[in-house]
Design a protein around this ligand. Structure first.
Ligand SMILES: [Zn+2]
Length: 386
């Protein structure tokens, strides 16, 4: 009986997925902890269970080897470039305080070193072209500090690139659409520096201008599939095919609203019920989206009932694999930038659940390793300047 319990098929399955998860290199390409840490006044090396999706200890538990931290601020920041540097300072500080557990990763060699030394590797990516304040020198300086990708826009457009939000919602009032000449220079400069062009958040016009300008593989650091969930932040089939043709990778975002087309309606209904509470935070100068996020997090039972299952996220992965193959998909959780990941993915500690789901859907060990990190390493290396 004991033998049966120890070696029942489900026990073997459970051991297998954890073993495979631990042995595979896991790279998540998008986590907003640095900006969230400033807003919540917390640090990465604290125990933040129940307060954030991530902390250093839980990264280890979740088997995350390398995290690309998003360096982000909204358009309301008067000095976005200075703000970006302040966030980078925080990541450096966390690494300096924990030299045995964490290191900054600047290139693929550092990445291997971090894995060899069993240290958590922190990489940097800028979210939003507005953070360079229209100056190529700032782009260069951010590269020197370790930034290895930049999303050309966030939800706000820049003077040189239009965002998905503006191209869909404000197209009649935009002075131009897509990349202008300076925008193309930004892409060329990124290629020359060895900084990956990230097309998450860009409008379709910017997407096509950028993919036709870049000479290196691109990524979408945190986006899902439009056909499965028609949201402006998701990628249409022709865009997915173009990224595959370019040799790039689409890293899936865990936000319920990008995975499940019914979520945003439910979230809106929730927000109208709790409008007074949200408004009171807005009066205290909280951004409306952030105020909504705080109130959603205050009601975990209601939030839980609205969330899609983890399997729905993996449906997006399956879709991309069927459309263009397993070499063009990865993970870009957006943890600590979203209030609603799917059920069963409470935070970075739950990453092994993804491996479990991939095994149960019949993905091979080799393919799982590509999805969890191998594909991103290929793009990183292809962008590096030697
Ligand atoms: Zn984002």
């Amino acid at each position: 009986m004991l033998f049966f319990l120890l070696f029942s098929p489900s026990a073997i399955f459970s051991q297998n997925y954890q073993k495979l998860h631990k042995s595979a290199l896991l790279i998540d390409t998008h986590n907003d902890f640095p900006s969230s840490a400033i807003a919540k006044k917390v640090a990465f090396d604290q125990n933040l269970l129940g307060k954030t999706h991530s902390d250093l200890k839980r990264m280890k538990e979740g088997g995350v080897d390398i995290q690309v931290f998003s360096i982000f601020c909204g358009p309301e920041q008067a000095k976005p470039y200075a703000f970006a540097n302040q966030e980078i300072d925080s990541v450096y500080k966390w690494a300096r305080r924990n030299p045995d557990r964490m290191m900054i990763v600047y290139n693929s060699q550092d990445l291997s070193k971090a894995v060899r030394k069993k240290k958590f590797g922190a990489m940097l990516g800028v979210e939003g072209g507005h953070m360079i304040e229209d100056k190529l020198e700032n782009l260069e300086a951010l590269y020197v500090r370790g930034v290895r990708y930049m999303t050309l826009t966030w939800n706000n457009s820049t003077s040189w690139a239009t965002s998905a939000l503006d191209e869909t919602r404000h197209k009649d009032s935009m002075p131009h659409m897509g990349l202008n000449d300076f925008g193309k220079d930004v892409v060329r400069k990124m290629n020359a520096l060895g900084m990956i062009v990230d097309l998450s958040h860009t409008g379709e016009k910017t997407f096509w201008d950028a993919i036709n300008t870049t000479t290196k593989p691109v990524i979408a650091s945190h986006s899902c599939v439009y056909t499965l969930c028609p949201h402006r932040r998701n990628l249409k089939d022709d865009q997915i095919k173009a990224i595959a043709k370019n040799g790039g990778v689409i890293h899936l975002n865990f936000y319920a609203g990008f995975i499940d087309s019914t979520y945003e309606k439910k979230a809106l209904a929730f927000k109208s019920i709790h409008k007074a509470e949200i408004d009171s935070l807005i009066k205290l100068k909280y951004q409306p989206d952030y105020a909504g996020m705080i109130i959603l997090e205050k009601y975990p039972t209601e939030l839980g009932s609205m969330l899609p299952p983890l399997s729905m996220l993996i449906d997006h992965l399956d879709y991309i694999v069927k459309l263009v193959g397993v070499d063009h998909v990865g993970l870009g959780s957006d943890f600590d930038g979203i209030e609603a990941p799917p059920k069963g993915l409470k935070g970075v500690e739950d990453f092994p659940e993804i491996t479990r789901e991939l095994i149960s859907r019949g993905y091979s060990k080799k393919d799982i390793k590509k999805i969890l990190g191998g594909n991103f390493i290929r793009v990183l290396k292809a962008n590096e300047i030697h």
